[in-house]
Design a binder for this molecule. Sequence first.
Ligand SMILES: Cc1ncc(C[n+]2csc(CCOP(=O)(O)OP(=O)(O)O)c2C)c(N)n1
Ligand SMILES: [Mg+2]
Length: 382
Amino acid sequence: MPENQKQNGNRKRGPRRRPPFQMRINTKYAPKKVADGQPLSCTKDTSLKPEQMLELYRYLKLTRLVEERIVNLYRQTKVVGGVFRSLGQEATAVGSAYALRSDDFITPIIRDLGSVFVKGIRPRQIFAQYMAKAWGPSGGKDLNVHFGDMEKGFIGPISHLGDMIPVMTGILLAARMQKKDIVGLAYIGDGGASTGAFFEGINFAAVQKLPLITIVEYNHYAYSTPTNMQTAVRNLAEKSAAFGIPGYIVDGNDVIACYEVTKQAVDYARSGRGAVLIEAKTYRRKGHAEHDDQRYVPGGEIEWWEKHNDPIDRFERFLLDEKIATKEKLDEITAGVMREIDEDCEWAESSPMPEAEVAAHGVFDNSIVPPAFRPKILENSN
Ligand SMILES: Cc1ncc(C[n+]2csc(CCOP(=O)(O)OP(=O)(O)O)c2C)c(N)n1
Ligand SMILES: [Mg+2]
């Protein structure tokens, strides 16, 4: 027995000793090095059934092809606002959201259209939203990502990076008070992970052991700022140590790995053990938005990711190699997605633009605008 415990012949009762600090980062599903010349595929270590994998494939294709269609609409000037794409990162949003229950909540950022589809939003809503049409979810008040659907457990993002994390924490606290066992999944970029709100939101969830899962998307850039000029940590998952919560690193371009890691986090969080931080390693192949020509990206970098680490190519390779699907089956799924996109785009295009008075309603508290400054269209509102 150590000297200090021998006093009075009894074991001394001091403060409970905590085990030494240990960084808890799980790297089981982190990106793996493959032998030179060997193309990347997906992890085989999965509980997913073949039909679920085909559903994941459908969501991946839907995300990519809907975004391509929005770019077409943008070039035709039918979309006039910013167009944000998740090209090359689709697997992170799709795989993670697929691990949730339908009553769980997400709050996506601009690279997470795939998670919105998994939550049950239809392409027609996205097209109508981007074209600011009356039939769109915000009725023409916004023309890109600022809308949500509470029924479907989808909290719309605001522009201010990081601020949706404390909001999600609040939702989870309210859910606990209502004795609901939902979990919340908040997405954030590597740039957004440098904000104060990111720290405050996760810290509160960690202390309260709220079931908050935060996915930080390491996509190499925030606007034109490379991640190493954004943070001094090598892995964003290391930030989990600041909160005393488990951290995971996942290959964000492996849709199965993203599902499995999030599933583990969901089980952990739902069982009452608290918050989790997941870092998804991925790459933003398009600029911040469609107008960004990416002149700050070193030559050959984008092409390398496109050729060697595209999430859809990797998953197709996996599905074919593992004989989960034939090429014909995958083509059939893609054709179905294209049909849905054509139909939904036509529907959205046929929507009228909103009446000016209706679109202006519910944006400001018109009663506080001095009458002299009230534009004509607001005269009859309130
Ligand atoms: C608090 C705050 N600061 C700055 C901005 C402007 N801004 C919008 S998106 C963006 C870059 C975001 O980068 P990241 O978080 O890495 O997400 P990504 O676009 O790479 O998905 C910035 C700086 C903002 N919206 N909110
Ligand atoms: Mg980023």
